[in-house]
Design a protein. Sequence first.
Length: 444
Amino acid sequence: MKTIGIDIGTTTISGIVLDTESMETPDKITIKHECAMSSDIPGAMVQDAELLVSKAVQVLDVLIARCPDCRAVGLTGQMHGIVYTGAEGNAVSPLYTWQDRQGDIAPSGGISMIREIHERTGRTEASGYGLVTHLCLARDGRVPSGAEQLCTVPDYLGMKLTGRKRPLMHAGMAASLGFYLVREGRFDYEALKSLDMQEELLPEITEDIQCAGFYRGLPVTAALGDNQASFYGAVGERTDAALLNIGTGGQISVLSDTAPHLPGIEVRPFMNGRYLLAGASLCGGRAYAVLERFFREYMKAAGGTDAEQYDVMLRLSKKALEKRKEGAGGGTDSLLVDTAFQGTRIQPDKAGSIRNIREDSFLPGELILGVTEGIVDELYEFWQIMKEGTGRQLTLLVGSGNGLRSNPVMQEIAERRFGCPLILPRCLEEAAAGAALAAAGVSD
């Protein structure tokens, strides 16, 4: 059986055709969507929702034309963000993405929404989560007058494909908006009511992989979150493996039969009554891009070209790593880099740092290696919390994300830190593959 998976990411849209028996991908498309928009709202990060969906439909149409024997369409994409829809099922706002920081910003003479939520409800929510963003917009009178519902952008794609006027949201996506009681399978309506949230804006939820409707005769699933879809596409349902994703952000996920309370760890609905335990770093692979920007700025100032420095950075970090293996440097002489350059979900005001600077270690290669280690270490700390809380042992790391795939030094550091082998799936579009695999269940 062949199915199609569509993934609306933060910077790209990917579509694949998946042979669900061989797990081969006979066709695939990835495009940069370039849908970012400017906003006059402090801290807002927005994208053009209509343009995103239009480009995703174009990708889907091409794949259907190339593979007319496909049986179903699965959807996935970026979590947390929200788009408002009107009575006819059309977007009446841009997409406010997961990178939105409105919740951390205190208005003049007031407190941040994150703090207000905690003081009024006792809940700890994170900026960038859709309902936090909504509460910020509602406080400032910026919710569109025609807004009837809110949903994620993959859910909105599902609406446009199937003609639905109201979104159908998988529980994993719903949980990504915040204020979700995972163990009860519902939003915390009491807390939201105390914050004057209109319950009518919340979408219908399904805990199953459910058919949301049909597009050109093909069943279309309710969208999975990209975390759940990536795990399913890359790891399946193994409980002894973790998915280590380092791309624009960073995330480590493991499958669990229970929903434990662990500090800093999100419990997300998965499938078949199971859960994903996820630890997410806000900066993640972007920390490496920040360092690349630093070196590029220096090159320009020194009269060089404005060219990417990633190849040079990789060569320097390889040399630094080899020196450490040979015993020349490293250990107590290593630079220690905390890459929380954008804070953490629990500590949004936290800053990154460089420590243990010595004359012999303050070198470009050591700094690059330190940032690489810092990115991995932040995720390893999440794993330590999961390990202590569940007693779980890992025998395998499954790597995903361009930041990890393109950096063999980072891969080696991850293997050494976690103490188990790391493999990279052949399919580069793990989330799209997971969505396509899930769609096989609704094709009958």
